[in-house]
Ligand binder design. Structure first.
Ligand code: VGL
Ligand code: ZN
Length: 225
């Protein structure tokens, strides 16, 4: 697969709380970092997302007396999974993993900061109507095709992918650059939705091969060692 100048790599929520030892650690979550570092130099545009919750955020089980993490609850905008307290604004857990080195990223998009609405997607909050501003940013910067990597495959990556398709953008998920939570069949569920909505899922090696061939890839000349 060739990478073009209008492509953007969105690196989703590679934060301490989703990595080993974190409050909502995704199994093998830290493993995405190396894969992301391998593909990142191919992209002229990189955006990071950062889960960034207010204290006592409504997505935290602790904010609902008697409720436990991973249960579901009905909120004003629909069904919401309850999570352990994670990615609280300004906390260590909300910081990017210290091994993540993407100083070239041009935007850090924080999401989930409205106390009463969660935001898995980089594009819309969980009410599915409140925009984060990312669609406008991409449009204004003439960025079109979205590549996705990060955590978690079946939540924030998947919701971002499906919303990007809803906005009419081509979407490619880099499967080996993601790790999943897999809660009650969530991986199978989002993969069925990917197939229905035209989200492409590829291994990152498909990008490396393109560059290694040095034929089509516009970044071949600036390839890392
Ligand atoms: C995420 C659950 C809660 C994610 C964020 O980044 O996938 N999952 N908050
Ligand atoms: Zn969250």
């Amino acid at each position: 697969m060739q990478i073009a100048a209008q492509d953007v790599l969105i690196v989703v929520d590679v934060q301490n709380d989703f990595c080993s030892g974190g409050a909502l650690a995704v199994a093998d979550g830290d493993a995405v970092i190396d894969v992301i570092h391998h593909v990142a130099p191919r992209f002229a545009h990189i955006v990071l997302t950062q889960d960034w919750h207010s204290p006592a955020h409504s997505s935290f089980a602790a904010a609902h007396p008697g409720r436990r993490p991973f249960e579901q609850i009905e909120l004003s905008y629909g069904t919401q999974t309850l999570w352990p307290v994670h990615c609280v604004q300004g906390s260590k857990g909300a910081e990017f993993h210290p091994a993540l080195r993407l100083p070239q990223a041009e935007l850090i998009l924080r999401k989930g900061f409205h106390p009463h609405v969660d935001s898995y997607s980089a594009f819309f909050e969980n009410d599915r109507v409140t925009p984060t501003g990312l669609a406008g940013y991409l449009a204004e910067r003439n960025l079109n095709r979205v590549f996705l990597a990060g955590l978690a495959y079946d939540f924030c990556v998947a919701y971002s992918a499906l919303d990007a398709r809803r906005l009419g953008l081509p979407v490619v998920v880099l499967r080996d650059a993601c790790r999943a939570i897999d809660l009650d069949g969530s991986v199978a569920k989002v993969e069925a939705e990917f197939a229905k909505s035209g989200v492409a899922v590829i291994e990152s090696a498909a990008l490396r091969q393109c560059c290694e061939s040095k034929i089509h890839c516009i970044f071949a000349a600036t390839e890392p060692q």
